[in-house]
Design a protein around this ligand. Structure first.
Ligand code: SF4
Length: 257
């Protein structure tokens, strides 16, 4: 019986019309330039272990890192194990995480995830993508953060900065985080996935801002198709209409993490 090829079939060219081999070389040049530019880059959430990073990551959705760190500081002193967290009544947890926004979803996600960690994994945060995704309340982004930061496993972390900058750089034309992740996985060498994610995240915080990117001082400007247009994606004319940003649905349920 013929074997099915499950590998993703790549389009012949990247969204900016370059052969994929060239896109890979350009991604490496971007990576090296950003690594040189940001030796200080780090995960800006405060944590001491996998459980704290997981909780901070859940809280960081649509919230500043400074606010998350403010909220978690007293909580991490008081609640140390998954069994401590799971015992907190959800309404109390909602109150505790209220300042980070979307507090109902976040409280529920923390409650469910810590219950699973305590009851199914003996209190230890698991270390594979499959196990992390089996935790209730945990999405792909949180799982990738854990893998990349704690477990030294290559992972692409698609957050808002990564998503925006990888489009500006012409490495993807997608808006769906999973599709962006798969596009970039084809372009960035696996051993650099975690650091590449960290660099794009940091770059988005300090230079490639959403509104007015500071293109003139950007270390990646020589390799960015959006440099001339100051972050405007002019190459989008080459992208089929179906790949443009979908209209937001009103009343859609939001998943924390
Ligand atoms: S040149 Fe401008 S748009 Fe391109 S990566 Fe740099 S800051 Fe972002």
């Amino acid at each position: 019986m013929a074997r099915t090829n499950t590998r993703k079939r790549l389009p012949a060219k990247s969204p900016v019309g370059e052969p994929h081999g060239d896109a890979r070389k350009r991604a490496l040049r971007v990576f090296r330039a950003l690594t040189r530019a940001y030796p200080e880059a780090h995960v800006p959430l405060n944590y001491r272990n996998a459980l704290e990073l997981l909780i901070a990551t859940i809280l960081s959705a649509q919230c500043t890192d400074a606010r998350v760190n403010e909220v978690t500081a007293p909580l991490f002193k008081k609640y140390r194990r998954a069994s401590d967290w799971k015992k907190i009544p959800v309404p109390k947890l909602e109150e505790m995480v209220h300042p980070t926004g979307f507090f109902r979803n976040k409280a529920r996600a923390i409650h469910e995830a810590t219950e699973d960690i305590d009851e199914r994994f003996g209190g230890s945060v698991p270390g594979t993508m499959e196990e992390l995704l089996s935790l209730r309340g945990i999405g792909r982004k949180s799982a990738s953060v854990l893998l990349a930061t704690i477990y030294d496993t290559p992972a692409i972390v698609v957050d808002t900065h990564f998503s925006r900058i990888s489009r500006r750089l012409g490495f993807t034309a997608e808006f769906d985080p999973t599709k962006i992740e798969f596009d970039l996985a084809e372009i960035v060498p696996r051993k650099h996935w975690s650091d590449f994610s960290l660099m794009l995240n940091w770059h988005g915080r300090v230079t490639c801002y959403a509104r007015k990117p500071d293109c003139d001082v950007c270390a990646a400007r020589k390799n960015c198709p959006a440099f001339e247009s100051r972050g405007e994606i002019t190459w989008k004319v080459k992208v089929p209409a179906a790949k443009r940003r979908p209209q937001k649905k009103t009343g859609a349920k939001r998943k924390a993490g």
